[in-house]
Design a binder for this molecule. Structure first.
Ligand code: PRP
Ligand code: URA
Length: 204
């Protein structure tokens, strides 16, 4: 269920995101670029329904999107992946799940949750970094409890440990990522990774 994005623009932008000297403004722009590609990839199989329109010349039986879409960023860094979905799917609903890793234990603590109705809609949980997988598993648990059936996880960089944790708990949830990195370090940061995404996105 792991989908690794293959696109030259994704590779280019990801390299800039990894570079330690990329300033916040450029970091946000490159994150948006990769986010657009991930938004396209994660919605490739959205269902369609037939819809007739009239071209200037004749009637035409075409297709339109058949299913509502919900994007749920894991605060705070996940906010960096919301705008690409808004750009491509202006009708998308947005829910929020607030989780923060403790700096010592790397265990995520929940501090906020606000969700629209999830049943019958494609729910995309977005967070740039999948490290231990603790945050993603907590968020997916919550979304399932709140009625999400058609659920996917979208990240920018994944560690093998995080992919395994999500697969163990949510084996049917597809994971879309722009990169599968090597491993976690002792402080549970992704290697080579790009550092603390939230800090770099917001200049904190
Ligand atoms: C980061 C990241 C993920 C989490 C990944 O958030 O955005 O949510 O860590 O780590 P995990 O897979 O080990 O749970 P962080 O907790 O640093 O909070 P922030 O988004 O507020 O910066
Ligand atoms: N969160 C981040 O922002 N980066 C990592 O490498 C791991 C967790």
């Amino acid at each position: 269920m792991l989908h690794v994005l293959r696109h030259p623009l994704a590779a280019h932008a990801l390299t800039q995101l990894r570079a330690v000297d990329t300033p916040p403004a450029a970091f946000r722009a490159f994150a948006h670029q990769v986010g657009l590609l991930l938004a396209l990839e994660s919605t490739r199989d959205l269902p369609l329904r037939p819809h007739t329109v009239h071209t200037p010349l004749e009637p035409h039986l075409g297709d339109v999107l058949a299913q509502g879409l919900v994007v749920v960023p894991i605060l705070r860094a996940g906010l960096g992946l919301v705008q690409p979905y808004l750009d491509l799917f202006p009708e998308v609903s947005v829910g929020y799940v607030g989780l923060e890793r403790d700096h010592q234990s790397a265990v995520a603590r929940s501090y906020y949750c606000k969700l629209p109705p999830l049943a019958g809609r494609r729910v995309l949980c977005v967070d740039p970094m999948l490290a231990t997988g603790g945050s993603a598993v907590q968020a997916l648990d919550l979304l399932r409890e709140q009625g999400a059936q058609d659920l996917a996880l979208v990240v920018l960089v994944a560690a093998p440990e995080g992919v395994a944790a999500v697969a163990a708990r949510h084996p049917k949830v597809p994971v879309f990522t722009a990169a599968l990195d090597r491993e976690l370090n002792a402080r549970k940061y992704i290697l080579p990774g790009l550092g603390d995404f939230g800090d770099r996105l917001y200049g904190t």
